[in-house]
Design a protein around this ligand. Structure first.
Ligand SMILES: [Zn+2]
Length: 217
């Protein structure tokens, strides 16, 4: 833990602060009511016929914690995400055929990675009992600026925008891991890249699915 994280953790022992998610006064990062949402069991949706395990984050409570860790470097809250990730891994091992699978984190954008210096999905899953690779999927250079494209064009753009290391995934079953699934476009692109390099995707794990993610199928 960095110094600021330690100071913040000590200070929360003394003074109430605002709950990250709802603003209620609390002596922890999240109030008891918001914390309770982290006890829910993960559920499955299907994306291109592949089970995607995770939590429906209707009200954004999980994303608030993810953002706090990603952008504000609140490392104390990483424990919550790790607990979430560990439970997902347990459910995945129980429900999916992943005995011999390669666990692969989706890449952050190059800019986000430079800013943060780490991949949140890899960090959250780093104690889940699997070795999660973050060096298998890569953004392809020359990606067109997403902001200028419509939804369908964005999907095509992204499908072409990830590359999977052939030597890593060829002939392997792959579990794809990400922190937030917003539309499923990046997951689709990752799956396409794995298939193009001779692998197969047997499951997807996400810490939070936004309401938009649930409408894409
Ligand atoms: Zn709260």
């Amino acid at each position: 833990m960095d110094v600021m994280g330690a100071v913040r953790e000590i200070s929360t022992l003394l003074l109430p602060e605002a709950c990250l998610a709802c603003g209620a006064k609390t002596f922890r990062a999240l109030c008891a009511a918001c914390l309770q949402h982290f006890d829910d069991s993960p559920t499955a949706v299907w994306l291109e016929g592949v089970p995607c395990l995770g939590w429906d984050d209707h009200d954004g409570r999980i994303r608030v914690v993810i953002r706090a860790v990603k952008d504000e470097r609140r490392t104390a809250e990483l424990g919550l995400l790790r607990a979430h990730a560990n439970r997902l891994a347990v459910v995945a091992r129980r429900l999916l055929d992943v005995d011999d699978a390669l666990w692969v984190a989706l890449p952050s954008s190059a800019a986000a990675r430079r800013r943060r210096g780490f991949c949140l999905a890899e960090r959250a899953f780093d104690r889940c009992g699997e070795s999660v690779r973050e060096d298998v999927l890569w953004p392809v250079r020359g990606l067109r600026d997403q902001r200028t494209l419509g939804a369908a064009a964005r999907r095509r753009n992204l499908t072409a925008a990830l590359y999977a290391d052939h030597s890593a995934v060829d002939g392997r079953q792959v579990v794809l891991i990400d922190d937030v699934m917003t539309t499923g476009a990046t997951m689709r692109a990752a799956r396409a890249a794995v298939l193009a390099s001779g692998g197969d995707v047997v499951g997807m794990l996400v810490l939070a699915r936004t309401p938009r993610a649930l409408t894409v199928g």
